[in-house]
Design a protein around this ligand. Structure first.
Ligand code: ZN
Length: 133
């Protein structure tokens, strides 16, 4: 099984990492003005509220852009390795990996869906994306 660097959850990100373990892609939402924010942070940039909750994403979106990092090679990654900016249906943009597709087949705007992959002996679950089925 592949391994990945383990994130260090904070008060504002713990819900996100816990959601992934339940195979849910959660998005932080301002409890006052309902603005969604990715990545999670303590204060709403729109209304400065410190109150927040979260909503579950459908996991569907489109590729906004992508890169294929090559250097420095990291021992815990399999190459080619596609890092993509995903525009989720909910209107927020998220960084993730794009899997199950040849690099030459990736296009901006292609429909993708989230799936969940366990790493580090099931201690870590990460969201990944693949072409929508
Ligand atoms: Zn707000």
């Amino acid at each position: 099984m592949a391994s990945r660097l383990t994130p260090a959850p904070s008060r504002e990100t713990e819900f996100f990492w816990s959601g992934l373990k339940d195979q849910k892609l959660l998005i932080q939402r301002c409890a006052d003005c309902q603005t969604l924010r990715v990545p999670p942070r303590p204060m709403c940039g729109r209304c400065q509220s410190l109150q927040w909750d979260c909503v579950e994403s459908t996991g569907r979106g489109t590729v906004c852009s992508y890169v294929m990092p090559k250097y420095p090679p990291l021992p815990f990654l399999e190459y080619p390795y596609i890092v993509a900016l995903i525009d989720l249906e909910e209107g927020v943009r998220m960084v993730s990996n794009l899997c199950d597709v040849a690099p030459e087949e990736v296009t901006n705007g292609m429909a993708v869906e989230a799936f969940y992959e366990a790493f580090n002996d099931d201690e870590l679950v990460l969201h990944q994306f693949r072409p929508a089925r």
